[in-house]
Design a protein around this ligand. Structure first.
Ligand SMILES: [Zn+2]
Length: 500
């Protein structure tokens, strides 16, 4: 059982006399240190309130969710590999939620996020958090292929495979499993090459310990396929993705895609899916514009900016009328600072502009890069008229209003948005920026408190509210709001400490 093995490693790290043996060579010492880091990542050493309760086998969906939330905070706030991109994350969530809506109600609150990593992988954390590598999004030949992988991961969650995997090790096993997933991510984005080489080896070993059983895989495939069909995708996407994985693993003989290490692909699995798809009948489903634009954006973001621009230019030569590639090239040119070329490329895109908030945002970003922040804010406003629900346009507009010296207007807008999305850390973070720009100390600390709360750090949130109280520049209304929030968070902090 993988988790037991992890506990043994953990013990070794804690015992100094045994640890000494690992200090024989530099290489071994590095490996050992990394092992400790890998097995017991930072957040899990001091984070979870119920960590002391290691004997408990209680694995209620609520407990699982709390563990997933903790791991997610660790990833979102500390891992370089987390792709903090509103458009990509928004797309993955819309695609994921469309699939979730086609499954039987499970009570799980699913959330999808992108991991900046060229390898083919996707994984489910406890509690419904699903990570998708950018390499997988790029490798998908069709949107249905990408949807088939998400459908498979969703099935692992709804069938409670993770809970069943840790079995009677309960909560402690689940915490360890989540730690390992975070550790693998940390290892993959380790900037120090020598350590990374070792870490990658360890990560590979850990990854195969996290593998689902054949029974779980079969169940996830079958459930995933039904979801794919019910959500209106092309069911052939699933066997097509399997074939792609197989081709990929033949290409890198000793380095199979990470996905295959956790989701072992057997010939039984492939045959099973091929047979089932034949029985289902299929239909052609065109890819959404957003899927193609997200792929193009990821191409524009990968590697060096100049290389990305050259790559997209080459691709565009083969398909000169492809609007997504044109969008990608424009973005890559903007990224590499070639503003004149980027503007020229944008002009071509605008001749027949696809109706997407991503195109509006890129146009506005170009104006901002030229230093015209008022025009950029106006461009975002125009885009919001067409796409009133777009989060990225709303963030962009607030940011550009601040840059254009209209912080008060930005603050008003953000406050309105926060009423309907009080847990959106990006809104709070922008509000803090706006309040700072307009010179409101109390307002800035008040907003920063919410950012800390959403990062899971209640003591820091309480401290910020105390600073807001003492700032001396708050009006009566703001001060009462700060007082009320402070009482609430102090109470929550007390309850959290008592629960430990
Ligand atoms: Zn699987």
């Amino acid at each position: 059982m993988p988790v037991t093995a992890a506990f043994k490693l953990d013990q070794r790290c804690r015992e100094p006399h045994r640890k000494a043996r690992y200090h024989s060579t530099v290489k071994k010492r590095l490996a050992s240190l990394l092992l400790c880091v890998l097995v017991l990542p930072r957040a899990f050493a001091d984070g979870l309130p119920d960590l002391g309760d290691v004997g408990s086998a209680d694995l209620s969906p609520q407990a699982e969710r709390r563990i997933g939330e903790q791991a997610m905070r660790e990833i979102r706030w500390r891992e370089a590999a987390y792709l903090d991109d509103v458009e990509v994350e928004g797309y993955l969530n819309r695609l994921g939620q469309r699939l979730v809506a086609a499954t039987a109600p499970s009570g799980v609150d699913f959330s999808f996020f992108a991991v900046s990593d060229p390898t083919l992988n996707a994984f489910a954390l406890p509690g419904g958090f699903i990570g998708v590598h950018t390499g997988l999004v790029l490798a998908a030949g069709t949107e249905s292929e990408l949807a088939s992988v998400l459908g498979h991961e969703i099935a692992h969650v709804t069938q409670r495979h993770i809970a069943r995997m840790v079995g009677n090790q309960g909560r402690s096993g689940m915490v360890m499993l989540a730690s390992m997933i975070v550790a693998i991510l940390a290892a993959s984005s380790n900037p120090q090459a020598a350590e990374a080489a070792i870490a990658t080896g360890q990560a590979t070993a850990l990854q195969s310990q996290l593998a689902y059983t054949r029974d779980f895989e079969r169940e996830a495939d079958r459930n995933g396929l039904m979801t794919l069909q019910a959500a209106g995708f092309d069911v052939r996407g699933m066997p097509a993705f399997f074939e792609r994985l197989q081709r990929n693993s033949r290409l890198y003989e000793n380095n199979a895609p990470a996905y295959l290490r956790t989701h072992p692909l057997t010939s039984d699995r492939i045959t099973d899916m091929e047979n089932r798809v034949q029985g289902l009948g299929y239909r052609q489903v065109p890819d959404s514009l957003e899927f193609r634009l997200v792929q193009a954006k990821l191409l524009a973001l990968q590697g060096s900016a100049a290389q990305a621009a050259r790559d997209l230019e080459t691709r565009l030569k083969g398909k000169p009328d492809d609007v997504s590639l044109r969008y990608g090239l424009t973005r890559a040119l903007l990224r590499s600072g070639q503003l004149t070329e980027a503007r020229a490329s944008m002009a071509v895109l605008k001749r027949n502009p696809p109706a997407s908030p991503m195109v509006d945002a890129l146009d506005a970003e170009l104006l901002a890069a030229s230093g015209d922040h008022a025009a950029a804010a106006a461009r975002y406003r125009e885009g919001l008229k067409r796409h009133p629900l777009s989060r990225s346009l709303a963030y962009g507009m607030a940011d550009e209003l601040i840059a254009a010296g209209q912080a008060a207007a930005a603050s008003d807008l953000l406050r309105k948005d926060i009423v309907s999305a009080p847990d959106d850390y990006r809104l709070w973070s922008l509000l803090g920026k706006a309040e700072l720009a307009r010179g409101s100390r109390a307002g800035r600390h008040r907003a920063q408190a919410e950012v800390y709360r959403l990062q899971g750090s209640l003591p820091a949130a309480v401290e910020q509210l105390e600073l807001a109280q003492r700032a001396g520049d708050a009006d009566f209304y703001t001060l009462s709001a700060v007082d009320a929030r402070l009482r609430e968070l102090r109470m929550r902090l007390k309850q959290e400490r008592e629960a430990r």
